[in-house]
Design a protein around this ligand. Structure first.
Ligand code: PMP
Ligand code: GLU
Length: 398
C-alpha cells in the first residue's frame, strides 16, 4: 500500500514537463535530441527587464513582499490591463503568483467544492484537468476537432451546462492548438453565460500577444460577465521569462482576497527580484514581444509547409501561440522497424524520441488522443532538421 495520499496518487505528472525531462535524459547520454516538447521560447529576456532585476539585487530587495505582490507591480499590471486589453481593474484585484500555473491553481482551489463541474473544451493545456482533480472538482469536456478549428459552439456549451457547473476554463490563443476565438465568437459564448449567472470563467490569456490573425480579445471585455471572469496571464511567454516565475490573476476583489489568503499559507509570494523585473516588463511596452511575434509567424509558415509534406498527417494552421497539433492517428496500428506496434499517440511520441531523436508531446494529455503537439519556439535551422527527422521516422513505419 502506498504511503502517499490518494490526492497525489491520482495526479498525473505534467506531460509537457515529462517529455522535456525524457529529452534531456537522452541528450545527457550523448544523443543529439531536438526538443520540440516544451512550450518555451528560445528568445532572451529583454535587457531592460534584466537590468531592473540586477538593480533590485543591488538595492537589497531581499525580503518577503506582500503576499499578492508589491503594490507598484500590481498597479503596473492594472495599467497594462487598461492599456493593452481595455480592462478596468484596481490594483487590489490583482494577485501576483509563482507563474500563471499557480494563478490557475489558486482560482480552482478558491472556487471549487468537491463535485463542482468545470467545463473545459478539448484540446486543453495539460495542467487544467489535473488541477481540477487536485481541487476535487470534476472536469466536463467538450470535444472539438481539427475540422472545426478546435472551437466550441454556443449550443455545445449550453448542452454541457448542468446545475453543478461552477466554472468554464479555456485558453485563447489555445495551447496546444493555437486556436484563437474572435470577438464575435466570444460574444456568442457570452450570450450563453448571460443565461447562467452562477458560472465563473477562467480565461487563460498567456499567449495574448502571439496572435497572427488580429488583436487579442479578452472575454472580460464583455461587461455582462466581467465580474465572473478570472483573467490569467504572466511573463513567461510575452517576455521570455519562463524560469523567473511570475503570473497573475485579475478578478473580483472577493476572489482576489481568497487567492491572497491561499498564497499566504502556500508560497508567501513569488520572488522579490522577479517582481521588480515584472514592474519593468509591464511598464516597458511591447516592442520585444512584437519582434518575437514576427519571428514566430515566419517559423509558423515554414513548419506548416514542412509538416504538410509528411504523408498521413492532418495539419491545422494555428492562429496563435507557438504550437502545431497535427492529427497523426493514421499511423496508429503501424509497425516500427524493430517490430513494435504504435498503439496510440503516446507510443508514437516515444518512438519519435527514441528513433527520430525529436521530443514532441502526445495529444492524450491534452485530451486529444489522436494528435501530437509540436512546439516551434526554436530556430529555423533546428526546425528544418527536426522535421526532416520526423518525416524519416514516420516513413519508417509500416
Ligand atoms: N497556461 C498555458 C496555456 C500555458 O501554456 C502555460 C505554460 N507556460 C501556463 C499557463 C503556465 O505558465 P507559467 O510559466 O506562467 O506558469
Ligand atoms: N506551458 C508550457 C507547455 O505547455 C510549459 C510546460 C508546463 O508548464 O507544463 O509546454
Amino acid at each position: 500500500m502506498s504511503i502517499l495520499s490518494n490526492r497525489i496518487n491520482n495526479l498525473s505528472e505534467s506531460a509537457t514537463i515529462k517529455m522535456a525531462k525524457l529529452g534531456r535524459e537522452l541528450a545527457a547520454q550523448g544523443v543529439d535530441v531536438i526538443s520540440l516538447s516544451l512550450g518555451e521560447t528560445d528568445f532572451y529576456t529583454p535587457e531592460f527587464v534584466k537590468d531592473a532585476a540586477k538593480e533590485a539585487i543591488d538595492k537589497n530587495f531581499s525580503y518577503y513582499t506582500p503576499v499578492a505582490g508589491y503594490a507598484d507591480l500590481r498597479k503596473a499590471i492594472a495599467a497594462k490591463l487598461k492599456r493593452e486589453n481595455n480592462l478596468d481593474y484596481t490594483f487590489d484585484q490583482i494577485v501576483v503568483s509563482t507563474g500563471a500555473k499557480q494563478s490557475l491553481a489558486n482560482a480552482l482551489l478558491c472556487l471549487l467544492n468537491p463535485g463542482d463541474e468545470v467545463i473545459i473544451p478539448t484540446p486543453y493545456w495539460v495542467s487544467y484537468s489535473e488541477l481540477v482533480k487536485l481541487a476535487e472538482g470534476t472536469s466536463v469536456f467538450i470535444n472539438t476537432s481539427i475540422d472545426t478549428d478546435f472551437k466550441i459552439t454556443p449550443s455545445e456549451l449550453e448542452a454541457a451546462i448542468t446545475p453543478q457547473t461552477k466554472l468554464f476554463m479555456f485558453s485563447s490563443p489555445n495551447n496546444p492548438t493555437g486556436t484563437v476565438y474572435t470577438r464575435e465568437e466570444l460574444a456568442a459564448l457570452v450570450a450563453v453565460f448571460e443565461k447562467h449567472p452562477n458560472i465563473y470563467i477562467v480565461s487563460d490569456e498567456i499567449y495574448e500577444h502571439i496572435n497572427f490573425i488580429g488583436t487579442h480579445t479578452s472575454i472580460a471585455e464583455f461587461e455582462s460577465v466581467k465580474d465572473r471572469v478570472i483573467v490569467i496571464n504572466g511573463l513567461s511567454k510575452a517576455y521570455a521569462m519562463t524560469g523567473w516565475r511570475l503570473g497573475f490573476s485579475a478578478s473580483s476583489k472577493e476572489i482576489a482576497d481568497a487567492c491572497d489568503k491561499l498564497q499566504s499559507q502556500v508560497t508567501s509570494a513569488t520572488c522579490s527580484i522577479t517582481q521588480r523585473a515584472g514592474v519593468a516588463a509591464y511598464s516597458g511596452g511591447l516592442e520585444t514581444v512584437q519582434e518575437m511575434r514576427k519571428v514566430f509567424e515566419k517559423r509558423r509558415a515554414l513548419v506548416y509547409e514542412l509538416l504538410s509534406g509528411i504523408e498521413g498527417l492532418k495539419v491545422n494552421l494555428p492562429a496563435g501561440a507557438f504550437y502545431f497539433f497535427p492529427d497523426v492517428h493514421s499511423y496508429f496500428g503501424k509497425k516500427t522497424p524493430s517490430g513494435e506496434i504504435i498503439g496510440n499517440a503516446d507510443d508514437l511520441a516515444l518512438y519519435l524520441l527514441h528513433e527520430g531523436h525529436v521530443a514532441v508531446v502526445a495529444g492524450s494529455s491534452f485530451g486529444d488522443p489522436k494528435s501530437i503537439r509540436i512546439s516551434y519556439a526554436t530556430s529555423e535551422d533546428k526546425l528544418r532538421e527536426a522535421i526532416t527527422r520526423l518525416k524519416k521516422a514516420f516513413a519508417a513505419l509500416s
